[in-house]
Design a protein around this ligand. Sequence first.
Ligand SMILES: CC(C)(COP(=O)(O)OP(=O)(O)OC[C@H]1O[C@@H](n2cnc3c(N)ncnc32)[C@H](O)[C@@H]1OP(=O)(O)O)[C@@H](O)C(=O)NCCC(=O)NCCS
Length: 267
Amino acid sequence: MLALDEASGRVAGFVHAGFAANAAQSALDYSRGTICGLMVHPDFRRREIGTALVRRAEDYLRSKGANSVVAGGGLEQNGFYAGIYGGLDPSGFCTSAAAWPQFFQKCGYAPCDEVLILRRDLIRSKDPVNAKLLRHRRHLNLVITDRPTNESWWWFVRYGHLDSLRFELHEKANGNVVASGQIIGMDLFIPKWGVRSVGIREIFVPESQRRHGYAQALLLEICRRLKGESVELVEAHVLPADQPVLDLFNSAKFDVTGRLLTFRRSL
Ligand SMILES: CC(C)(COP(=O)(O)OP(=O)(O)OC[C@H]1O[C@@H](n2cnc3c(N)ncnc32)[C@H](O)[C@@H]1OP(=O)(O)O)[C@@H](O)C(=O)NCCC(=O)NCCS
């Protein structure tokens, strides 16, 4: 939905409303509305245009059956703007971009989720070295496969237009997969960021293989390969409550560089 200034014919702002996916990620769940994007042109701010756009978005979502709305979508819940806004995943609104908490509080929303943006600068940072990692390099093989095929409909909606690869660490002795992960190319950000960047997601280690350092070994191996492909920046999105995942990325030299916020309201 666009807000047009009648006097000048200029676009004063826009809001983009949509829906979250169902639990199986096979279709939309029309009971759960999202505000995927919202922007008011700087020349038109503080005239309640943003508020009016949010109200129109809510009317639309309600008319389609939504009983709640999450502004910003949340981790893996925003069906639009992957590769355009928010980095790896448009999982919320950037805290650095606008006074989102004040704005959405005034619109009657409560704070919902926070998603941490973790980044590693591959040019400046050095890999950690320890005996365990060296041992893993001798006993494990890195296997890279083409774009994922068994992903959900929702995955293809969000990432289908971007490059992706799956990485697996296999035990040389028996071929067992001890860790896996996925990368998503973020070349669309090159004009804005000036560097080649890649997102890492879905790092997974089978229950029986945990606490052996396999996830760290996989992350470091992925970073090493990406550096060889002129990638300078690697990014991941993590919930602050997910301490094991935060510790893992920390051990692979990733730092928190930003926060994405979401806000929720019942309709
Ligand atoms: C956030 C944004 C949408 C607000 O639009 P707006 O039309 O200026 O908002 P409103 O005039 O409806 O503001 C309503 C209330 O929100 C709060 N608010 C809005 N902007 C604020 C600011 N910069 N600082 C503090 N409070 C603010 C105020 O309480 C305001 O009420 P008041 O003017 O009576 O004090 C606008 O600043 C914007 O587009 N920023 C960039 C958004 C962006 O980066 N989008 C990309 C993600 S898709």
